[in-house]
Structures are given as C-alpha cells and as structure tokens.
Write a protein that binds this ligand. Structure first.
Ligand code: CP
Ligand code: NVA
Length: 305
C-alpha cells in the first residue's frame, strides 16, 4: 500500500510510470473511452481549505475510472470529534483511498500513519504534490522532454514551489527560484532535497529579469497562500517587484510559456495580460490535474503497475 504525502515519496521511475499511464488514459478519454480500472473502489475526501480544481478533478476522475467518491464535510468532525488516529483507522475500513487537504503536513502524515488505505496529500502548507505532477506532465506534453529545459518559479517559496523543486529534480529539469529576500525556499527543505534527491540543484536568485533569462516556463503562484490572508497587504509591498507582467516576460526566451497553479490574483502576482496571453498554459495545466490524478489513482491503487 502506497501513499503520496510529498513528491519525496515517488522515485523518478515511478513518476515516469504515472505519466505513461496518464498519457494512455488521456488518449482513451479523448476518444470517448472511460476505462473502468477501479470498479467499486471508494474515495473519501477531507478538505480543511477551499478547492475547485483538486476536489472536483479527483471526484470526477474516480467516477471516470468506475469508482465513486464521497466528500466528507464538517459533519464528520475531522480534527474535532475524535483523535486523528481513531478517525483514520475507522475511515480507512470504509474507503480505499483518502484524499486530504489540510493546513499542517503533520495532520496528513498522521492520518496516513494510522490509515490502512492509501492517503493522497491534496495540499498542505508544506506541499502540493498533485499540482507539481500535473505541471510536469503539462511540460512533457508541450516540450516532449525535460532535459535541457528550465522551470523558473517567480514568487513565494511556498507549498507549490517546494513540490515543483522536488519534482523538477526527480525528472531532470533545471529549476530557478526567484523570490524576494526572506521568502526563498527554506533551508530545512533545501537540506532535505539535497539529502534525498541525489544531485539535486536549485538556483536561487532575487533578480526576476536575470532569473527568467533561460526559462522554458515562467511559473508563479499567489503571494499570500490560503491561511495567510492577514499578510496580504504586507506581502503586496514585499512582492511588488516580482509580478509576472509583459515586461518581465520580455526578458524570457520568445517560446517560454507562462504557468500558474490557479486560482490567480490578477494584478498581483500576474497581470491579466500575461494570464490571458497565447503564452499562458494555465487552463491546460488545470485540465491535466484530472488526467494525472487518474493516472496516479490507477497506479497507487494497483490497477496499473
Ligand atoms: N491549484 C489548485 O489546487 O486549485 P484548487 O485550490 O482549486 O484545488
Ligand atoms: N499556494 C497556494 C496554492 C493554491 C492552489 C495556497 O496554498 O493557497
């Protein structure tokens, strides 16, 4: 039984295998075929934070695969009525996979520790592994190969940035992180990355124009993540010079694409002009959340090894 708690859990070969399954399922889906690889399987979803993409793509994906899903709302009392240990041991007798979005990574880790079924991290303050998998899959679709390609992330060293850093290093894509001083990827994470991913490298810079120079893709995310709303005004000032706008994109190669995990705050981390431009692949990224998570589910639940 396997979990996806962070991308550290997957080997480079496993990521490529998930991408191969995804490609197959996506091609079949485009021709109208929904292969029922997981008949009778049940997914339970626990979300402490809002979600459109993650929640709906997981639920729809499970139905495409012949299974079903249950969104477990506040009435189950997750984190309130009983211990996580009791909750996990009980729930995992009913469902085959638990998809969880929580503030603390520790909550997801604890749930996985006590559950007797697979657990998938659907975003914590620390990581967003499903997002990074879909982003890398999107780049693979667009460019065919990761070798010699560079992802430039401009913004906060947050959950999305961390998962992209692990993912890029696992698939062999170069990563440049452009953040204001004090908002870079944290030392503890960088130490773990170097310890757990052989040869891992991240170029850190505070200079956006210099940072995007060799970009295959320029990626950004919100300046204040869910749970940091009270810091929004302060962060707006700190990140003002890190907006992805037409001027910044003019420093990137002409064929560089723009990426964002969405939801976007137009006028903050990205202008509407860039977000809606022909270089933007954000809608395709969001669409691939569905396909990659179907690949992940089929692989994780053993229907495709
Ligand atoms: N990108 C992403 O995870 O979106 P949601 O918060 O809508 O799930
Ligand atoms: N960093 C953002 C990602 C949202 C998908 C957040 O955690 O709110």
């Amino acid at each position: 039984m396997r979990n996806l708690l962070t991308l550290f859990d997957l080997s480079p070969e496993e990521i490529q295998r998930i991408f191969a399954i995804t490609e197959d399922l996506k091609t079949k889906f485009a021709s109208g075929l929904r292969e029922p690889l997981l008949p009778g399987r049940v997914m339970g979803l626990l979300f402490e934070k809002p979600s459109l993409r993650t929640r709906v793509s997981f639920q729809a994906g499970m139905v495409h695969l012949g299974g079903s899903s249950m969104f477990l709302g506040d009435d189950t009392g997750f984190g309130k009525r009983e211990s996580i240990a009791d909750f996990a041991q009980v729930l995992s007798q009913y469902v085959d996979v638990i998809c969880v979005r929580a503030f603390k990574q520790q909550v997801v880790d604890e749930l996985a520790h006590y559950a007797s079924c697979s657990v998938i991290n659907c975003l914590t303050d620390e990581a967003h592994p499903c997002q990074a998998l879909a982003d890398l899959y999107t780049l693979r679709e667009l460019f065919g190969t990761f070798e010699g390609r560079t992802l430039v992330y401009v913004g906060d060293g947050n959950n999305v940035a961390r998962s992209l850093a692990v993912g890029c290093n696992k698939v062999g894509m170069k990563l440049v992180m452009v953040s204001p001083p004090g908002y870079e990827l944290d030392e503890e994470f960088l130490d773990r990355l170097k310890r757990e991913v052989p040869g891992a490298e991240v170029t850190l810079t505070n200079d956006p124009a210099e940072g995007v120079r060799d970009a295959t893709a320029v990626y950004t995310d919100v300046w204040a993540s869910m749970g940091q709303e009270s810091q929004q005004q302060e962060r707006r000032k700190i990140f003002a010079d890190y907006q992805v706008n037409a001027e910044l994109m003019s420093h990137a190669p002409d064929d560089a694409v723009f990426m964002h995990c969405l939801p976007a705050h137009r006028g903050d981390e990205v202008t509407g002009e860039v977000l809606d431009s022909p270089r933007s692949v954000v809608i395709r990224q969001a669409g691939n959340r569905l396909h990659v998570q179907k690949g992940l589910l089929a692989w994780l639940l053993g229907a495709m090894t």
